[in-house]
Design a protein around this ligand. Structure first.
Ligand code: FES
Length: 104
């Protein structure tokens, strides 16, 4: 197994975030908060309740890219679903800016 396959994911410093349903694409930077906070800052309405990864209200599909969770989550997700309230774009080795696409 290549060494890079064992490296844990870490948060990106910068990411282009594409909100596919809204048609909005904006640059997220370290310090812009979770993807839920970032979406809200852009005026997007996303469902939420606990904001801590436990209820599943903020579940959305990740259509491209990778995320990490800034805290432990307990809500169940299936397939490519993510919990926006705890998610940050994940870094990709060799890429200064990563791209992710979310169904929102
Ligand atoms: S708001 Fe409850 S899991 Fe995200």
């Amino acid at each position: 197994m290549p060494e890079s396959a064992c490296k844990p994911l870490i948060a990106a410093r910068q990411a282009v975030v594409n909100f596919a349903v809204s048609g909005i694409e904006q640059v997220w930077k370290e310090g812009d908060g979770t993807l839920l906070e970032f979406a809200e800052g852009l005026g997007l309405l996303a469902d939420f309740s606990c904001r801590s990864g436990h209820c599943g209200s903020c579940k959305r599909k990740l259509l491209a890219g990778k995320i990490i969770y800034q805290s432990e989550v307990t809500a169940e997700t299936a397939g490519n679903e993510i919990l926006l309230c705890c998610a940050l774009p994940a870094s990709v080795e060799g890429q200064e800016t990563v791209t992710i696409k979310i169904e929102l």
